[in-house]
Design a protein around this ligand. Structure first.
Ligand SMILES: Cc1cc2nc3c(=O)[nH]c(=O)nc-3n(C[C@H](O)[C@H](O)[C@H](O)COP(=O)(O)OP(=O)(O)OC[C@H]3O[C@@H](n4cnc5c(N)ncnc54)[C@H](O)[C@@H]3O)c2cc1C
Length: 380
C-alpha cells in the first residue's frame, strides 16, 4: 500500500467529538483542579460513557475496538486541553486496563477491565519505588505465598491515580534470587487489608493529576489476583511500549496548545506600532514551532501505525517519545518568550504549559532511557 498521511473520516469525526467534549466537560474544571492539586474524579464515568476509555479494547468488553492511531488522536486532544487530566486517563487506560486485557484471565477481565472501560473502576500501575525508578529491576517490594494468598510488603511512589484508584497493578518479587526475572504482577484492590495510600506527591506541573505514594504492609492478595507470574517484568515493559506512544501523542497535543496560543497572541499584541508577529524574530520562532510540532506528530503516528499493524516498533516508539518530549519543552519555553512577561503570569495558560512540559522527559522512561533503548536497537 502506498504511503497515506490522511486520517480516516471516522478519526477526524472522533477528533471533533473529543475536542467538543474537552471544551464542554474539561475546560471549565481545569482552574479549580489545578489549584486543588486533584483530579476531577466525576469525569471517569463520563469518559466511559463516551467510549473514550475503551478505544483500543474489543466490543465484547465494552470497548470500541479501534486502533492505536485513534487512541493517539484521543491522547493528543487530551494533552491539548490539560496534560494533568490526560495523564490520569492515560495511566488508567494504558498502564492499568491494558495489562489486564493483554495478560489477564477472563475472570480478571470481567472484574477489572469491563468496569475500567465503563469508568466505574479506576486503575493505576505501581512499578516505581523510592529506591528504584529507571532501574525498575531493582524494586524491593516482595510477595510471599502463604495459605492460598500472597503477602505483599513494599512502597511504591509517584503513582498516578494512586489516591483515587480502585485497583493497582503492582510489581513485586516472588523470587528475589532471579533479578528481573523473578518479578510478578498483581492486581491489588484498594480494599485489600494492608493497602494504604500514604500521601499525595506535590509537583511542579500536571497539578490536576493525582500522584501518590502507596504502601503495602502485609497486604493480603488472593491467589486469583496474580496477573502475571515470574517474567512479569517483560510484561510490564510490553505495557510501557504502547504507553510511550500515547505519552508522546499527549506531548504533541500540549506542544500544539502552546504553539496555537503563542501564534494567536502574536497577531494581537502590538509593539513599536505593529503586531509582534510581523517581527521576523517572532515569526521565525513560530515557523520553527510549527515545524517541530508537525515532525513530532508524524513520528508519533508512524509509531502508532506500526504498533496497530503488529510491526516491530520499539525503536520508533522510543524515538517518538524522546523527540516529542524535546519538542514540547522547547515549544513551551518559546511560547513563554512570545508572550513576554505575560507568558510568566498565571492568568495565561502558557505558564501552565511550560510547567507541564517538563514531565515529558521524565515519565514512561526518561529521555536517557529512551536513548539507551534506541542505541540498543541500533546495535550499539
Ligand atoms: C508525575 C509523575 C507520575 C508518575 N507516574 C508513575 C506511575 O503511575 N507508575 C509508576 O510506576 N511510576 C510513575 N512515575 C515514576 C517514573 O516512571 C520515574 O520517575 C522514572 O522512571 C524515573 O525514575 P526516577 O525518578 O527514580 O529517576 P532515576 O532512575 O533515579 O534517574 C535519575 C536520573 O538519572 C538518569 N539515569 C538513570 N539511569 C541511567 C542510565 N542507565 N544511563 C543514563 N542515565 C540514567 C535518569 O534518566 C534521570 O535523569 C511517575 C513519575 C512522575 C514524576
Amino acid at each position: 500500500m502506498p504511503l497515506d498521511f490522511e486520517f480516516t473520516d471516522e478519526q477526524n469525526m472522533f477528533r471533533e467529538t473529543i475536542r467538543e467534549f474537552g471544551q464542554n466537560e474539561i475546560e471549565p474544571l481545569i482552574e479549580e483542579y489545578e489549584k486543588k492539586e486533584d483530579f476531577p474524579k466525576e469525569l471517569f464515568p463520563k469518559l466511559g460513557e463516551m467510549g473514550f476509555l475503551g478505544i483500543v479494547f474489543p466490543e465484547e468488553y465494552g470497548g470500541v475496538g479501534l486502533d492505536k492511531v485513534t487512541d493517539c488522536v484521543f491522547a493528543e486532544e487530551m494533552g491539548r486541553i490539560s496534560a494533568g487530566i490526560a495523564m490520569c486517563i492515560n495511566a488508567h487506560v494504558g498502564l492499568a486496563c491494558f495489562p489486564v486485557y493483554k495478560f489477564g484471565s477472563e475472570e480478571q477481565k470481567q472484574k477489572y477491565l469491563v468496569p475500567g472501560i465503563a469508568g466505574e473502576k479506576i486503575g493505576a500501575l505501581g512499578l516505581t519505588e523510592p529506591g528504584a525508578g529507571s532501574d525498575a529491576r531493582s524494586i524491593s517490594t516482595q510477595a510471599v505465598k502463604k495459605d492460598g494468598k500472597y503477602i505483599l510488603n513494599g512502597t511504591k511512589t509517584w503513582i498516578t491515580n494512586g489516591t483515587m484508584c480502585d485497583f493497582a497493578i503492582v510489581a513485586a518479587y516472588t523470587d528475589r534470587s532471579r533479578k528481573g526475572v523473578g518479578i510478578s504482577l498483581f492486581i491489588v484492590e484498594k480494599g485489600f487489608p494492608g493497602f494504604k495510600v500514604s500521601g499525595k506527591v506535590h509537583k511542579l506541573g500536571h497539578k490536576a493529576a493525582d500522584t501518590s505514594e502507596l504502601v503495602f504492609e502485609n497486604c493480603e492478595v488472593p491467589e486469583e489476583n496474580l496477573l502475571v507470574g515470574e517474567g512479569g517484568f517483560q510484561h510490564a515493559m510490553a505495557t510501557l511500549l504502547g504507553a510511550r506512544i500515547t505519552h508522546a501523542a499527549k506531548s504533541v497535543g500540549l506542544a500544539q496548545a502552546a504553539f496555537e496560543y503563542a501564534l494567536e497572541y502574536s497577531k494581537e499584541r502590538e509593539a513599536f506600532g505593529k503586531p509582534i508577529s510581523k517581527f521576523q524574530a517572532i515569526s521565525f520562532k513560530l515557523a520553527d514551532m510549527a515545524v517541530k510540532v508537525e515532525t513530532a506528530r508524524l513520528m508519533v503516528y508512524k509509531a502508532a501505525w506500526l504498533y496497530s499493524n503488529d510491526r516491530k516498533c520499539l525503536k520508533e516508539a522510543s524515538m517518538a517519545k524522546l523527540y516529542a518530549a524535546e519538542v514540547v519543552q522547547w515549544v513551551a519555553t518559546e511560547a513563554v518568550q512570545v508572550l513576554g512577561g505575560y507568558g510568566y503570569g498565571v492568568e495565561y495558560p502558557v505558564e501552565r504549559y511550560y510547567r507541564d512540559a517538563k514531565l515529558a522527559s521524565l515519565t514512561e522512561g526518561t529521555s536517557e532511557i529512551q536513548r539507551i533503548v534506541i542505541s540498543r536497537e541500533l546495535g550499539i
